[in-house]
Design a protein around this ligand. Structure first.
Ligand code: IPE
Ligand code: IPE
Ligand code: MG
Length: 243
């Protein structure tokens, strides 16, 4: 904890929680038990981020592409999500955490969607941290949706072509209310972003680790933040210009 400068915290941390399947395999278990174990890392991560004062934590829990997985695994993930929301509802209220979700939510199972909407509504006045779940989420899909909505508003005369700029596009994304991620963490050893927050991560700092998600605990989260704090974010300028 004393590695971290409380004045230089990332406002928004996004995490690609990868490696549950490989964790399960290495423990001679089925993939679904790996996801179950991964849910414990979610609890630890949410608590730690809340405690140290992170404003927004976005967790990539299910991608658009994950719909291509075996039906049994999808069912188990949906069940786990519902269980997570049931278990954490009180904690979110106590900890003053607001739940949000980004993605093509209408594809989710009805009972999961209802629980999600209920919890988002119930926590909507909470202000200490946003826990943002990326569910049925795809970055390209999000950009396509934004383009559709912009054209719809354009045809209705609400916007003109020359008003379309970066800020306007931002306002049509799922994440319109949130700052861009400052830090992306990907566990599980892959060096890719798998269609996550494509528009929003233009200047995000990346931290990739081989640690599998079920093994990712507070210590490594703090290590990732400490590394982030050592980076120089130049946003295109020179080092000298930053002083
Ligand atoms: C990440 O773990 C969880 C989800 C994608 C839902 P994986 O299930 O992708 O685990 P690996 O990559 O197979 O180890
Ligand atoms: C990314 O993990 C999606 C989530 C963590 C929810 P995947 O395991 O689905 O990513 P790829 O397909 O290996 O890139
Ligand atoms: Mg994976």
């Amino acid at each position: 904890m004393n590695m971290i400068d409380p004045q230089k915290l990332p406002r928004h941390i996004a995490i690609i929680m990868d490696g549950n399947g490989r964790w399960a395999k290495s423990h001679a278990m089925g993939r679904i038990l790996g996801h179950r174990k991964g849910a414990e890392s979610v609890r630890v991560t949410v608590r730690t981020c809340r405690r140290i004062g992170i404003e927004v934590l976005t967790l990539y829990a299910f991608s658009m592409e994950n719909w291509l997985r075996p039906a049994e695994e999808i069912r188990a993930l949906m069940k786990l999500l519902k269980e997570y929301l049931d278990m954490e509802e009180d904690e979110m209220m106590e900890q003053n955490i607001r739940l949000m979700a980004v993605g093509k939510l209408d594809l989710l199972d009805k009972n999961v969607l209802e629980k999600l909407q209920y919890t988002m509504e119930k926590t909507s006045k909470n202000v200490k941290m946003v826990l943002n779940l990326a569910l049925s989420y795809g970055g390209r899909e999000e950009i396509a949706m934004a383009a559709r909505d912009i054209l719809t508003d354009g045809l209705a005369g609400k916007i003109k072509p020359d008003e379309i700029d970066q800020q306007l596009i931002q306002r049509y994304l799922y994440t319109r209310e949130l700052p861009d991620p400052d830090l992306l963490i990907r566990t599980g050893g892959e060096w890719r972003i798998s269609n996550f927050l494509l528009f929003q991560m233009a200047y995000t700092e990346f931290y990739f680790t081989k640690t599998l998600w079920p093994d990712f605990r507070e210590e490594e989260l703090l290590e990732a933040i400490a590394q982030f704090q050592k980076r120089e974010r130049r946003f295109g300028r020179t080092s000298e210009q930053l002083i």
